[in-house]
Design a protein around this ligand. Structure first.
Ligand code: GLU
Length: 307
């Protein structure tokens, strides 16, 4: 009986929160959630005379007349797609746009975003489905066997999201016997599997499905980068909170086809330019910065040699 009540309560809560997550605003009566501030976003100067003939990816995009960029669509402040307009926004989207401008494409008209889940990023880059990828994509040696990475442009850390009524989970050491949800193919999923084998791992394609499962008591925690979890917590502060401190380093890179070193170096150069001219900080402040963390100093760019 108690359980039925709890389930019904959870269902009502899920409907309320899922509705507000989709609508991008808070519950009735609560202050509106601050989304990216379009009025405060920088405009990026398009380098119309830019040429990169040695990059097969750039040549292909140039012939097509636009760039196709892989991204996330359900990560508040980072990569979000407005279901009504189809428009993408967030910090990663801004990084993708500033890169486009540097490559000679107008971010307003010549960039098409495509949603690609964590588990499908490498194949999307290998198959030429996308030209580059910007979506909380951690640089690591395993992935470098399959794709190339420009950057990093930000460093996140793995953390835990729990319900506000949860008192037992304060860090990954408390996950024994708990149901923990993460995205298939992600580094946080792999870390729990390897370092905390007594946790009961559940995988879905996206973190928003994990959050739905958390709200309906199907799982006890969601784990991924703090950046992503802070966005969900900010949208439902009465229901969700972060637990403990970040327990990994997740340097975010721009994924490119592995052999296209020319494109990778061009993006490294472009990042350095936009960090120096203030675009990077302005974009951060108008997007991810709204979750409450002031702009850090961007991590040093790791321009590794062709392999
Ligand atoms: N940064 C982590 C990763 O690349 C988690 C976030 C994500 O799945 O995009 O696996």
């Amino acid at each position: 009986m108690q359980r039925t009540h709890r389930r019904l309560g959870a269902l009502a809560l899920l409907l309320a929160v899922a509705g507000s997550l989709l609508a991008g605003c808070g519950r009735p009566g609560s202050p509106p959630i601050r989304g990216p501030r379009p009025d405060q976003l920088p405009t990026y100067r398009v380098q119309s005379d830019f040429r990169l003939p040695e990059s097969s990816t750039w040549n292909r995009a140039r012939k097509r007349g636009r760039l196709i960029v892989g991204a996330k669509e359900d990560q508040p402040y980072l990569g979000e797609k407005d279901p009504a307009t189809g428009v993408y926004s967030g910090y990663d989207i801004e990084i993708a746009k500033m890169m486009a401008a540097s490559l000679g494409f107008d971010p307003a008209t010549d960039v098409e975003f495509r949603t690609i889940a964590s588990a499908n990023r490498e194949t999307a880059l290998q198959n030429g489905q996308i030209d580059y990828y910007v979506g909380t994509y951690t640089i690591n040696d395993n992935r470098k066997q399959l794709v190339g990475f420009a950057g990093p442009y930000y460093e996140a850390g793995q953390s835990l999201l729990v319900r506000t009524d949860e008192d037992d989970i304060h860090g990954p050491q408390d996950l024994d016997g708990k149901r923990v949800c993460s995205a298939a193919g992600s580094t946080p999923y792999q870390r729990i599997q390897k370092d905390y084998p007594k946790a009961e791992l559940v995988a879905y394609d996206t973190y928003s499905i994990c959050v739905d499962n958390l709200l309906t008591y199907q799982v006890d925690a969601v784990t991924t980068d703090d950046t992503i979890l802070m966005g969900y917590a900010a949208k439902a502060p009465d229901e969700l909170k972060l637990a403990g401190k970040p327990f990994s380093k997740e340097p975010y890179g721009i994924g490119v086809p592995r052999d296209d070193t020319a494109l990778r170096f061009a993006l490294d150069d472009a990042l350095a330019v936009h960090e120096k001219n203030g675009d990077w900080k302005k974009a951060y402040d108008a997007t991810l910065g709204l979750s409450g963390v002031p702009a850090p100093t961007p991590p040093p760019i790791d321009r590794y040699p062709a392999n």
